[in-house]
Unconditional design. Structure first.
Length: 256
């Protein structure tokens, strides 16, 4: 019986999610796949991670390194790192086994992720877009820090619970952050807001995504190395533009 212990040298949740297709392929070669604690939030929803340990057992070990080329898809980057085990680095979609928990709502439910771990990818008109959406949809703004503004439904769930919540929503509106990858693996309809990164690279393997990307700066895609005083690329994605296209992704009722 052969086993392997898998970990990753970065803390970003998006990177952890993007290693899942590679770990899924490792299960074809190893009888047991154990992972580090960063994978604990996803373990119950996949069938190829046997257990998560803080202290690695004395078996073969793989630590995913993080230094992709600026024009390389993250999933491809991590798939490349398992070739040393004689595994073909061919992408196979990951299925997340998440139970259905019905959320009762008389309007389509939208999960809105306006912020990323890197502020240069944040959506600058988060409040304005929320205000446009809330008359037609049941909108939840997902952030770490609640907004002190009346009328905004803000949620901050543990990752394990957030996955169950996302399974029930009708649409995810998100910047380029972990929620884009998570929603795509849940086969959700996604409106993705891009500025400093390229949607063609990031969403290579994802379907059901409508990407918005305004080429307004000759440095784009700068991959977080923005040379401008502010991210004018994200400011070009106006709330009216995003709101207009939202209605094609859902079936809103009359405004309240």
């Amino acid at each position: 019986m052969k086993g392997i212990y898998v970990d990753i040298d970065v803390k970003r949740i998006g990177d952890v999610i993007c290693t899942l297709p590679a770990i899924q392929l490792l299960k074809q070669k190893f009888d047991f796949v154990f992972c580090g604690p960063k994978y604990a939030f996803i373990k119950d929803y996949v069938d190829f991670i046997d257990e998560c340990f803080i202290v690695p057992p004395k078996i073969e070990r793989l630590t995913f390194e993080h230094d992709p080329k600026h024009d390389e898809n993250l999933i491809d980057f991590y798939l490349r790192q398992i070739k040393k085990f004689g595994i073909e680095d061919k992408y196979v979609p990951v299925k997340l086994n998440v139970p259905d928990i019905q959320i009762h709502s008389d309007r389509p439910i939208i999960a809105f992720f306006p912020f990323a771990s890197t502020s240069i990818k944040d959506y600058p008109y988060a409040i304005e877009l929320y205000e446009k959406l809330k008359g037609f949809y049941n909108v939840f703004m997902v952030t770490k820090c609640p907004f002190n503004k009346r009328g905004i439904k803000n949620i901050n769930l543990p990752l394990h619970e957030l996955i169950k919540f996302l399974k029930q929503v009708d649409l995810v509106i998100t910047v380029d952050t972990f929620s884009l990858h998570l929603a795509s693996m849940l086969n959700k309809r996604v409106i993705a807001l891009f500025g400093t990164t390229s949607p063609n690279i990031v969403t290579k393997y994802y379907s059901n995504i409508k990407s918005f990307y305004a080429k307004v700066c000759h440095y784009q895609p700068c991959n977080l190395r923005c040379r401008m005083p502010e991210a004018i690329c994200m400011k070009s994605l106006t709330p009216s533009l995003i709101f207009f296209h939202t209605k094609f992704e859902t079936e809103p009722i009359e405004p309240i």
